[in-house]
Design a protein around this ligand. Structure first.
Ligand code: CP
Ligand code: NVA
Length: 304
């Protein structure tokens, strides 16, 4: 039975732990894994731009001895040139795995339903699971553990936060969240995450201000205020997110300066200042690097 990587919520906490452990082993000794996926090919079907996800999956697959192909926005006209269900069944006859980056999350579900090979969610409007798992790996590297760690998220209740909600609640990471009015995370995801959190004894706290978050956490995360596909809302969003920037002033009010996390790309001067991104406690390039190791672990888990 094939397995997909669409949402962290579909994976048991033990399995997630195994993926992170495997990523650690790969990072420590990449050579050992260099021919595990020999003769296998994945295809990346991307409707949105990408730097990290694109390059880390392509390079990751090569480093595992396999091949990777890229179909960018020009070719990936899902449902326009032909229905996703036809694309899924056709691609399944050529390759051993599909990584999809798309707008509607429904597209990922459709692709997974009709593909007979594993489908990996390389970002949808709803979720960004590869990112969140890499970030949790980054936290584990810094602290040697994840359970009981306090992570804060300030900004938009978007795809990245949704996947962090699932990942943190499954693994026992406390999540402090502050979003402007109207930009809270999806209600159903929040409810599901609360159920996972109950089991893992994690706390999910919706805070009244960015300051309340900053004061309580060891890691502080933010993401862009205008995600891919939301460009038309830009003016309104910049207005609505005022006061939610991670900057030096906010950090100076925290008891201990937290590590800074951002999935990148960032918009310096909007959700975060240049000074904070370049700060010595910023882990953003460690996060970017860990995308490679973590995704290699996912590829081995699904295709190995
Ligand atoms: N963080 C992330 O997914 O980056 P890309 O959009 O560049 O892939
Ligand atoms: N929330 C952002 C993440 C980019 C990696 C977006 O969807 O554009």
């Amino acid at each position: 039975m094939k397995r997909d990587f669409i949402s962290i919520k579909d994976w048991e906490k033990e399995e997630i732990g195994e993926i992170i452990q495997l990523a650690e082993a790969i990072k420590n000794n990449p050579q050992k894994f260099s021919s595990l996926l020999k003769g296998k090919t994945i295809v990346l079907v991307f409707e949105k731009p990408s730097l990290r996800t694109y390059v880390s999956f392509m390079v990751g697959m090569y480093q595992l001895g396999g091949n990777a192909l890229y179909l960018g926005p020009e070719q990936a006209k899902l449902g326009i040139r032909e229905p996703i269900k036809d694309i899924a069944r056709t691609l399944s006859r050529y390759v051993e795995g599909i990584v999809l980056r798309t707008f509607s999350h429904e597209n990922v579900l459709q692709m997974a339903k009709y593909a007979t090979v594993p489908v990996i969610n390389g970002l949808s409007d709803l979720l960004h699971p590869c990112q969140a798992l890499s970030d949790i790996f980054t936290i584990k590297e810094k602290k040697g553990k994840v359970k009981g760690i306090n992570l804060g998220f300030i900004g938009d209740g978007n795809n990245v936060l949704h996947s962090l909600l699932y990942g943190c609640s499954k693994l026992g990471i406390n999540l402090y969240i502050s979003t402007p009015k109207g930009y809270a995370p999806d209600k159903d995801i929040l409810e599901e995450a609360k159920k996972f959190a109950y089991r893992s004894k994690a706390e999910i706290k919706l805070c009244s201000s960015p300051l309340e978050v900053a004061k309580n956490v060891e890691f502080l995360y933010t993401d862009v205020w205008v995600s891919m596909g939301q460009e038309k809302e830009r003016r309104k969003r910049l207005q609505d997110f005022k006061g939610f920037q991670i900057n030096k002033k906010l950090l100076s009010l925290a008891k201990n300066t937290p590590y800074i996390l951002h999935c990148l790309p960032c918009h310096r001067g909007e959700e975060i200042t240049d000074e904070v991104i370049e700060n010595e406690k910023s882990l953003v390039f460690e996060q970017a690097e860990n995308r490679l190791h973590l995704q290699k672990a996912i590829l081995i888990k699904l295709l190995g």
